[in-house]
Design a protein around this ligand. Structure first.
Ligand SMILES: Nc1nc2c(ncn2[C@@H]2O[C@H](COP(=O)(O)OP(=O)(O)OP(=O)(O)O)[C@@H](O)[C@H]2O)c(=O)[nH]1
Ligand SMILES: [Mg+2]
Length: 363
């Protein structure tokens, strides 16, 4: 049996991992290769899974724990993908608040699964604005320091640090971002790309397909790591929306995102990533917000008015999970009421990620 190429794409929440998975899958298909994708989250109802699936990709998810804590489930899901779709390449996206993957996933795959998987260099995506913000300002609290700690460790363990969103980066800032990265991870290979626009994605694949992961294990203090993860409130919800006349779904989605942003701002809750996927019988609209002060970005179309839609909401915010849930539910109901839309929250989970307990740790 020939080995399946496996590519893991790490990086903090909102860095562009899912965008890269979608773009890379298209580029690999154009090269005649079959691709399977694996998403990962602390809970079910993932925007990422739904988005990639609706984009026509073969996707499976590991939900309920990160790849390192659900290592056997990751292998199980890979086996299912291989049995059902015979991929040449599997690309996996670990949870964006996760680190220590070199020791807990990369090295275990290399040691125990070398006969089945050929693991590519471990890539970590970096959002230039978040890097500047995280590394450039002094953290003012233990919580902020713990979140920054995760961010720094993610970069330090990369085989390849990928500066993403290069389309937003003036040429004169690239050198500064590169040197900030090298400060965190001396000697790490660095490249830049725009996963959204596609520039650099083929170059990246040309490094991934023939390359091998090394597993650059770094020291990780699990108390600080756990404190950083626990600082983030997590919310996943699946919602059904209906009305007795056609609805302007785009307006509703935009109002909802802006309302949540404004409410969270009022309680000084820092947004790591708020993402939604609104699906109607004729279209879909993705909304992302990756900072408290940023502008929500929308992709897709729901121009045909309809009476029904489904909405998946995923929020990762530095706030207590109960408060996050209260804000999301209240904003949802207020926005829907404004357009005479009925809301049925089919499933909702809000939580704090538990302490990471990896199945393996090969230092
Ligand atoms: N301008 C620009 N935006 C990008 C690029 N890549 C991703 N984005 C945007 O960044 C936001 C977050 O992208 P995702 O791909 O969802 O990020 P992620 O790393 O998967 O986030 P999590 O799953 O929450 O960890 C979305 O609005 C994307 O459209 C890029 O190359 N350029
Ligand atoms: Mg993602």
């Amino acid at each position: 049996m020939s080995r399946v190429k496996m590519i893991l794409v790490g990086g903090f929440l909102g860095a562009g991992k899912t965008t890269l998975l979608a773009r890379a899958a298209e580029r690999l298909a154009a090269r005649g290769l079959r691709v399977g994708l694996i998403t990962n989250d602390q809970a079910a109802n993932l925007v990422d899974t739904e988005l990639l699936r609706q984009g026509g990709q073969q996707v499976k998810e590991v939900s309920g724990a990160c790849f390192c804590c659900a290592f056997n489930k990751l292998l199980y899901v890979c086996d299912n993908l291989i049995a059902e779709h015979h991929p040449d390449v599997i690309i996996g996206e670990p949870v964006g608040s996760c680190t220590d993957l070199a020791a807990t996933v990369v090295r275990p795959i290399k040691r125990y699964c070398a006969d089945r998987f050929d693991l590519a260099p471990y890539s970590v995506l970096v959002d230039p604005d978040r890097l500047t913000e995280t590394m450039g300002t002094l953290a003012t609290s233990d919580v902020a320091r713990a979140v920054n700690y995760i961010y720094a460790k993610q970069i330090a363990e990369a085989d390849l640090a990928v500066i993403n969103k290069s389309d937003l980066l003036p040429a004169d800032r690239l050198a500064g971002v590169r040197s900030a990265l090298l400060k965190e991870a001396p000697g790490v290979a660095v490249m830049s790309m725009s996963a959204l626009q596609g520039s650099g994605v083929d170059d990246w694949l040309d490094r991934m397909l023939p390359g091998s992961a090394s597993g650059r294990v770094v020291d990780v203090d699990y108390d600080t790591y756990a404190a950083g993860e626990a600082a983030l409130g997590w919310l996943n919800a699946a919602v059904e929306l209906s009305a007795d006349r056609d609805v302007d779904w785009r307006a509703l989605a935009e109002q909802f995102m802006r309302r949540v942003q404004s409410e969270l701002r009022q309680i000084a809750a820092d947004i790591a990533h708020l993402k939604i996927l609104l699906t109607t019988p004729g279209g879909r609209l993705q909304g992302n917000l990756t900072s408290a002060a940023g502008e929500p970005a929308f992709h897709g179309e729901v121009s045909e008015p309809t009476r029904y839609a489904t909405l998946v909401v995923n929020a990762r915010v530095r706030v207590a999970p109960d408060d996050l849930r209260a804000v999301v539910e209240q904003c949802l109901r207020a926005t829907a009421a404004g357009q005479a839309v009925t809301v049925n929250i089919a499933e909702i989970a809000s939580l704090r990620p538990g302490r990471p307990t990896p199945v393996h740790r090969l230092g």
